[in-house]
Write a new protein. Structure first.
Lengths: 189, 189
DNA sequence: TATTTTAACTAACAATTGTTAGTTTGTATG
DNA sequence: CATACAAACTAACAATTGTTAGTTAAAATA
């Protein structure tokens, strides 16, 4: 049977290089060299450079969609839903920091899957915003501009891929808790 | 005399394209087409593609350095210094959202100026962290992990370039105020 | 008016790009 | 042992890349 491990290894290595230099700046020869083989050999395992990018991004985007779906249907307060969103991001990002870099920075180089990706993202943000608006209506969340609140939280969560690798002394649970604290309760004494 | 406007126009257009696709994915022919000329004609005004990137990023980085220097030497509370940092980011970003995209995403493609850029960024973050630590010592800021606080605020501010163009109904002052509110006081009621 | 300068052009370059074709080698499987 | 297959290889391709050289037309300057 075909060794699916090798494909995974290629995609993981690609994600690592994409994080460092971005999708467009990484050549198939760069990738092959990093793996100790020749560029042409990559094509025994993947069908194109595009295919690698798609494999990295789409599965991550679907993980977020699934996570948001679970959170939406959980009968929790708005604040607790936000805390669950923080956990979701920390968890997925800690598991694949390289891939998250591509998701954040290289999504525009998706070709066939671009529309699908944008649809997932839009839907995710709509759900996120709905949670915040509900929280404001319920008097759980301070009366504020919901878009600014979402933008602020989401920007932080989307940057986690840059930060988690530098701070592995912090475990995921602890990070989620401290992050929720700062994002939700603020820093003013 | 040489028309410096044309150079500015080229750099501005380049920044716009870099924001959309990233530095590496934009060709000199793309840039020329956008300006309605041929690629070779660009070289009457700029010396290389690198030179364009450098011009975009370094001046912005120096603006931040200057801004931070002013804030550092202002005799304000830590919280007020943070508010001034928010204003600084909103102001610079609103003035040049395209350039801020390059600053955030394409800095690694600086070659000769990479070390200089990294030095400016490191110094900026050191000053930022110092303000937070002082605020915690002064009992102005909740006792928390200073790096998480900085990471959270800075991630949001660094993403402003994505968000400001979509929300021009919000003026800069108003945005700074609402953002400070959310970032500093939190959202929990 | 004569001259210089600006800013465009055409043509071309050497290098690099993603990818394909065809081949070889080692390792399981029958 | 014979066969099949996975996974590497070499060689090459057509297209695209940033950039240079040399030219031209219009505008500014003397």
């Amino acid at each position: 049977m075909k060794q699916e491990n090798r494909r995974e290894e290629i995609i993981l290595t690609a994600a690592k290089l994409f994080k460092e230099k971005g999708y467009s700046a990484v050549t198939m020869r760069d990738l092959a060299t990093e793996l100790g083989i020749k560029a042409a050999s990559l094509y025994n395992h993947i069908s194109s450079k595009q295919d690698i990018l798609k494999s990295i991004i789409i599965s991550l985007a679907e993980d977020f969609t699934q996570g948001m779906s679970d959170i939406k249907s959980s009968n929790e307060s708005a604040i607790n839903k936000l805390k669950k969103i923080v956990v979701l991001h920390v968890q997925i990002t800690a598991q694949n920091t390289y891939g998250m870099a591509s998701l954040n920075n290289d999504w525009m180089h998706l070709e066939n899957q671009l529309d699908y990706y944008l649809q997932l993202r839009k839907s995710y943000e709509r759900d996120f915003l709905e949670i915040i608006k509900t929280g404001i209506k319920n008097n759980e969340i301070i009366d504020s501009n919901p878009e600014i609140v979402m933008f602020s939280i989401l920007s932080t969560l989307r940057s986690l891929y840059l930060w988690i690798p530098k701070k592995d002394e912090l475990n995921r649970e602890q990070l989620s808790i401290e992050l929720s604290e700062v994002l939700i309760n603020g820093i003013n004494k």
